[in-house]
Design a protein around this ligand. Structure first.
Ligand code: C2O
Ligand code: CU
Ligand code: CU
Length: 514
């Protein structure tokens, strides 16, 4: 069986290719060391303070006085954050923080960007946003260390949604994101059906691993295979922060999974939860849920009703996402946020409207494309090692190590290759077939799509509600079908949003022709 081959081959391997430079030969996590991952000394792990008041992420202020024009500057540069008492953690930040850009449908956006990261290219990718391909921070458009560029685009009508932005440089995305680079891009609609009394709270979820000295350890082999999972899931950079709410209050919470690889199966204990929006904005009508899965890069908008006094906690449940190797991190039982609900009931607040907006169907597809996700090692997949030979140049197990790759239709990402050719305005059916042993959250740049069905073991199920999405989890052994249309020309990436998988090849390019 493939999984066995894959794992057996790992003892004593190094990783070749661009990621080799960023990882030391820390094989502890693969050979069964204790702890959640491959850090050598887990007993000295720093303790992060909990229960402090939830902080709002800083807003990026608009330098323009012209109505409908948003102008600002962003700088990516090194910084230091104090996550644990007395420990400095070197990180990368945008303008010294994790900023929120808030703009309106119809606005013109001009962001002057400077790369202040020593010795590394970067880009800003506007995740999920309908921006022109040459403004979208593709790996083919790097901003060299020390240089600047302008990102300019318009926000079309109907684009209101909780987007985010992050770096996308070739071979460095995973590392720059776990080191801290991310921001929120909130596009507000002209008319918002959610009552303003509910507030609007951004909860950016990140995943931190720090060593005893406060620094972030380099990624291990286990991190590259499974995606880097940290020790502390943080909300707006804080561990289990607290918010105070009145009894009977409703709050609008926007959750962003900005982790490299954390699958978050979430539940709000002692409160009732209604989904009102997804990656691409509001859904048609509120949907009550007991729990939800938020995979890397996904967003969800919730209305949480705090109808019982006491502590209401946002916690995690176990989720089987196909962990490879030992040291599967504990997924269940994390407390991400605590709402302290007062005993005193608040005055009546307006109810949530029964209809939020209309989402049109995309219509019949004129093209069907199929994307098969697989995992491979040394250019061989599904165990055909003998055929390819172990002494092939660059693939020897003893010297330069083997390639570990995550593939789409058998191919590893190549910036100079176009995998698919599409047309502006054309409705397409994409079939994403996961033949790998792990779940892979699949993301498409430049547009929002609609899921039409999930298929597993011959059972076909439609999604629970119609929604705009830019990232969808495709579970191991599952096929997900989506309808999509690109309205702007140019090359667009599609990839697994476990960023280590994207980096190890699970990405392709569709060239959208005018
Ligand atoms: Cu968040 Cu290529 O994407
Ligand atoms: Cu994206
Ligand atoms: Cu993946």
């Amino acid at each position: 069986m493939y999984r066995r081959t894959f794992l057996a081959g790992l003892s004593g391997l190094a990783v070749a290719g661009p990621v080799a430079a960023q990882m030391k030969h820390d094989m502890g996590g693969m050979s069964g060391g204790h702890g959640q991952h491959a850090m050598p000394a887990t007993d000295a792990n720093p303790v992060l303070p909990e229960g402090q008041p939830l902080k709002a992420l800083p807003r990026l202020s608009n330098r323009s006085a012209v109505p409908g024009l948003f102008q600002a500057e962003l700088v990516a540069e090194p910084g230091v954050v104090r996550f644990a008492e007395g420990l400095d953690t070197p990180v990368l930040l945008y303008n010294g923080s994790t900023p929120v850009i808030e703009a309106n449908e119809g606005d013109k956006i001009e962001i002057r960007f400077r790369n202040g990261i020593p010795g590394e290219p970067t880009t800003i990718h506007w995740h999920g946003m309908p921006v022109p391909a040459d403004q979208d921070g593709n790996p083919t458009d790097p901003v060299a260390s020390g240089s600047e560029r302008l990102y300019a685009f318009n926000l079309p009508e109907g684009s209101a949604a909780p987007y985010w932005f992050h770096p996308h440089p070739h071979g460095l995305t995973a590392e720059q994101v776990y080191r801290g680079l991310a921001g929120i891009f909130l596009v507000k609609p002209k008319d918002d059906p959610i009552p303003p009394e509910y507030g609007d709270t951004i909860l950016l979820l990140s995943d931190l691993r720090i060593a005893a000295d406060g620094t972030m350890p380099e990624s291990t082999m286990a991190d590259l295979m499974n995606g880097r999972v940290g020790d502390h899931v943080l909300v707006n950079g804080q561990k289990n922060p607290a918010m105070a709410v009145g009894l009977g209050e409703k709050r609008r919470l926007r959750l962003f999974n900005a982790t490299n690889a954390r699958f978050l199966r979430l539940r709000f204990e002692n409160a009732s939860v209604t989904v009102v929006g997804t990656d691409g904005g509001l859904i048609e009508a509120p949907v009550a849920v007991d729990e939800l899965l938020l995979t890397p890069a996904e967003r969800v908008e919730l209305i949480v009703s705090f109808d019982k006094p006491g502590a209401a906690r946002l916690t995690t449940l176990d989720y089987e996402r196909g962990w490879m190797g030992p040291d599967k991190p504990a997924e269940a039982g994390m407390v991400l946020l605590t709402a302290n609900v007062a005993d005193q009931a608040v005055a009546a607040i307006p109810p949530l409207p029964a209809r939020l907006r209309a989402i049109e169907t995309l219509g019949n597809p004129v093209v069907t494309r199929r994307f098969v996700l697989t995992e491979s090692m040394g250019g061989m997949d599904h165990g055909d090692m003998a055929m390819n030979g172990m002494d092939h140049s660059g693939m020897s197990m003893s010297s330069s190590g083997m390639d570990m790759r995550f593939l789409i239709n058998g191919a590893s990402f190549d910036m100079n290759r176009v995998d698919e050719v599409s047309r502006v305005g054309q409705v397409e059916l994409w079939e994403i077939v996961n033949e790998a042993d792990m779940d892979h959250p699949f993301h498409v740049h430049g547009t929002q799509f609609q899921i039409t069905e999930h298929e597993k073991d011959g059972n076909i199920s439609p999604p629970a509600y119609r929604a705009w999405k830019d990232t969808v989890n495709v579970a191991a052994g599952e096929t997900v079908r989506i309808l999509l249309r690109q309205d702007l020309p140019g090359p667009r990436m599609y990839h697994c949003h476990i960023l280590e998988h994207e980096q190890l090849g699970m990405m392709g390019t569709v060239d959208v022709q005018a």
